[in-house]
Design a protein around this ligand. Structure first.
Ligand SMILES: *Cc1c(COP(=O)(O)O)cnc(C)c1O
Length: 390
């Protein structure tokens, strides 16, 4: 068995938008649900099942409370990739006009939204993919002019995972409600960072996932509005769990962890944000002395957790490879495996070259001031090194 890398040798973690560690309070809550309260929540004939069920329902209420929903409107999923698939395919199939329909989304959405919309296009649906402004924001007016008589669904994310910008969800929600179009929001990067109220936002479907908010990986939730009721067709069939919308044995330990993470998020959000905002301020201040550095995305409509910068270095130069002391993303966690430049940075108008020389630095609950100083030094010296070598 290979040993873990000693903590002292690990880089400073500044990739909270890719995933977060599980909060110790969350991990402790989960443990008894692996060993003692192990019953199947669907077992209705004995106490093992009842106690697991009770914990699942308590967590459902905690997750619902975080987003201003009713517990009965929460459907457990394996994460936000599944949640986005269920929301978009499920609502498109259940509400199509005849055999098809029109969908609207934005070019800077997560691939779990964009690829799902692409898949529906192969089935015969049509789609409008809106271009955001250079600040990464889309306006309700842009959405309004794309709505057609056969538009079934609009999908716009709350907070962008690469550039951290906050979209005007309440305005888009109001518009969609007035036009009778279903509105889905991928709120993964907003949950625990900005206050979410599904009533105020007028969203019909909303996706979140635990591992971006100090809960475990592999558990998410889809909010499905009950009043007025939104029809969603199941994508996974089986025992009829989750009101028939998502079959499969519920992982009580994961769900309990998600519930606890949601409870803590609601309590700590204001303090976390104030502290993280100060760290981001210092990070930006420290990096601004770098020649040719630009910030990607609006700084006004943005969560404090994210900074995304590009540095003009010239073709062939490499930045991320020389950053050994900090764990950050080059563009996006999902695209860094491929050489393709980030679709988000492209959509806001960056050249491929500049997009290649960009870093997403995401700050979280356990980031300390010293970590930010390490990051500033590491980035400055990586830029100096890349420029000297070039
Ligand atoms: C991480 C992420 C997802 C995917 O969530 P998983 O739970 O990892 O499947 C979807 N949308 C956004 C905006 C994300 O940041």
């Amino acid at each position: 068995m290979s040993a873990a890398i000693p903590v002292s040798k690990l880089p400073v973690y500044l990739d909270y938008a890719a995933t977060t560690p599980v909060d110790r309070r969350v991990a402790e809550r989960m443990i008894p649900f692996l060993t003692e309260v192990f019953g199947n929540p669907a077992s209705s004939t004995h106490a093992f099942g009842w106690s697991a069920r009770e914990a699942v329902e308590q967590s459902r209420a905690q997750v619902a409370r975080l987003i201003g929903a009713q517990p009965g409107e929460i459907i457990w999923t394996s994460g936000a990739t599944e949640g986005n698939n269920l929301a978009i395919k499920g609502a498109a199939h259940a509400n199509r006009r005849g055999t098809t329909g029109h969908l609207i989304t934005v070019a800077t959405e997560h691939k779990a939204v964009l690829d799902t919309v692409r898949d529906l296009e192969r089935e015969g649906f049509t789609a409008t993919v809106l271009a955001p402004g250079p600040d990464g924001l889309v306006s309700a007016a842009d959405v309004a002019s794309a709505i057609r008589a056969d538009t079934v669904l609009v999908s716009v994310m709350l907070v962008n995972n690469e550039i951290g910008v906050i979209q005007p969800i309440a305005q888009i929600g109001e518009l969609c409600r007035a036009r009778g179009v279903i509105f889905h929001c991928d709120a993964v990067q907003g949950a625990g960072k900005v206050a979410i109220d599904v009533e105020a936002l007028q969203v019909d479907l909303l996706t979140i996932t635990a591992h971006k908010m100090y809960g475990p990986k592999g558990i998410g939730a889809l909010y499905v509005r009950q009043r007025p009721r939104v029809a969603v067709e199941a994508q996974i069939h089986g025992g009829g769990h989750e009101r028939g919308m998502r079959s499969g044995t519920l992982p009580a330990h994961q769900i309990v962890g998600f519930g606890e993470a949601a409870r803590i998020a609601a309590l700590d959000m204001m303090d976390d944000n104030a502290r993280i905002g100060a760290l981001r301020h210092r990070l930006l201040e420290g990096l601004l002395s770098i020649d040719g550095l630009v910030v990607n995305g609006s700084l006004e409509s943005r969560v404090p957790h994210n900074l995304n910068v590009s540095i003009a270095l010239g073709e062939g130069a490499s930045l991320a490879m020389s950053l050994e002391r900090i764990a950050v993303s080059a563009g996006s966690a999902c695209t860094s495996a491929a050489a393709e430049p980030s679709h988000v940075l492209r959509a806001i108008g960056l050249s491929d070259d500049l997009a290649h020389h960009s870093l997403r630095i995401s700050i979280g609950r356990y980031t300390e001031p010293a970590d930010i100083e390490v990051a500033i030094e590491a980035i400055k010296s990586a830029v100096a090194f890349a420029r000297a070598a070039h």
